[in-house]
Design a protein. Structure first.
Length: 83
């Protein structure tokens, strides 16, 4: 199933991904720092969703209270809760 979530407090506007049996697939960010976000997407591709969420949660961007990786972690948490 494909999940999409609007990001808050980051340069990227949204993140979307597929979740298949707890595994992340097709992670895509809209907007933001293209190269960095492609790198993050490729690194978490095929990773267990809970593991990715735990690794990315709480990462900050400069003085912002969140970051694109943190927004991905929050999106994963919402998707896992949704079920």
């Amino acid at each position: 199933m494909t999940y999409t979530r609007r990001n808050q407090g980051t340069c990227s506007r949204s993140v979307s991904f597929d979740l298949e049996n707890g595994i992340l697939k097709n992670v895509r960010f809209e907007g933001g720092c293209n190269g960095n976000l492609q790198g993050i997407a490729r690194l978490v591709e095929g990773m267990d969703a809970e593991e990715a969420m735990n690794r990315l949660s709480g990462i900050r961007c400069g003085f912002k209270p969140t970051s694109c990786p943190d927004q991905l972690a929050q999106a994963i948490a919402a998707a896992l809760k949704e079920g």
